[in-house]
Design a protein around this ligand. Structure first.
Ligand SMILES: Nc1ncnc2c1ncn2[C@@H]1O[C@H](COP(=O)(O)OP(=O)(O)O)[C@@H](O)[C@H]1O
Ligand SMILES: [Mg+2]
Length: 239
């Protein structure tokens, strides 16, 4: 099957002249449909920048990025946001939940954007609450949940729209290692059972080992790590 993400020779800088920061200098990577890939690299190496470019959240770059066959650098804003809504689920480090909405309504936010009623979404909502272990918490507000539970709400919100791809930026960065492991198990399950392609940014080799492979960002370029995900898994105690 074809690559759902293809990044070719991408250059990205912020600012101009003397204050210019070159972040990506010829980054290339590809991710096949159904893969679970971890993107690693030092702080400030451009991981978030690259993820946001792939997700079409920032359209200013040189090079080519194609997502689900769409050459996103050539798309108009409206088509790009429609594609994003349809194909991509985002997960961030700080969950980005709406504090005065309960779990269900947070999860349903993107589907209501697509114009679907709660009744239409009921079966899917029940399923996703079950997968994420949130059935008992469906009426709770974010402030009544632990960090791990809040991140599960964010995952449910990303998954309910049945995206092709999940882009996650340090999804366990704010969690302790037990909650982080739960989130990674959930990612594995969603990846295997729903066939959703996952590209996650992580600092943690332990989290990266849940994926199929690691891509490292060094000096604005991407490199496959020498260590395969299997080797990393062996090198890290199971807990
Ligand atoms: N909107 C922005 N404006 C200016 N500089 C930015 C912006 N976003 C990121 N940068 C800079 O780009 C570099 C890479 O940032 P980032 O992609 O967030 O790195 P990472 O996620 O790997 O820690 C950093 O030097 C950061 O300061
Ligand atoms: Mg970052």
């Amino acid at each position: 099957m074809a690559n759902v993400i293809e990044v070719n020779n991408v250059y990205k800088a912020f600012g101009k002249g003397e204050s210019m920061t070159k972040v990506l200098s010829g980054a290339s990577l590809s991710v096949e449909k159904g893969e679970f890939v971890s993107l690693m690299g030092a702080s400030g190496s451009g991981k978030s920048t690259l993820l946001y470019l792939i997700g079409g959240l920032d359209r200013y770059f040189n090079g080519t990025i194609s997502v689900c066959g769409y050459d996103i650098g050539k798309m108009k804003e409206k088509a790009l946001s429609a594609m994003r809504l349809d194909k991509i689920g985002f997960i961030f480090q700080f969950y980005n939940l709406v504090q005065n909405l309960n779990v269900e309504d947070n999860i349903l936010l993107p589907s209501s954007v697509k114009g679907k009623s709660k009744a239409e979404m009921k079966a899917k909502l029940d399923e996703i609450l079950k997968i994420t272990g949130l059935t008992e918490k469906r009426k709770a507000k974010p402030s009544e949940l632990s960090g791990g539970q809040q991140q599960r709400v964010a995952i449910a919100r990303a998954v309910i729209g049945e995206p092709e791809i999940i882009l996650a930026d340090e999804p366990t960065g704010n969690l302790d290692s037990n909650a982080g492991a739960e989130i990674m198990s959930l990612f594995s399950e969603i990846n295997k059972q729903k066939g959703i392609t996952i590209l996650q940014v992580t600092h943690s080799h332990k989290c990266a080992a849940y994926g199929d492979r690691i891509i490292e960002l060094v000096n604005g370029k991407t490199a496959a790590q020498d260590e395969t995900a299997e080797n990393v898994q062996e090198a890290v105690p199971a807990n």
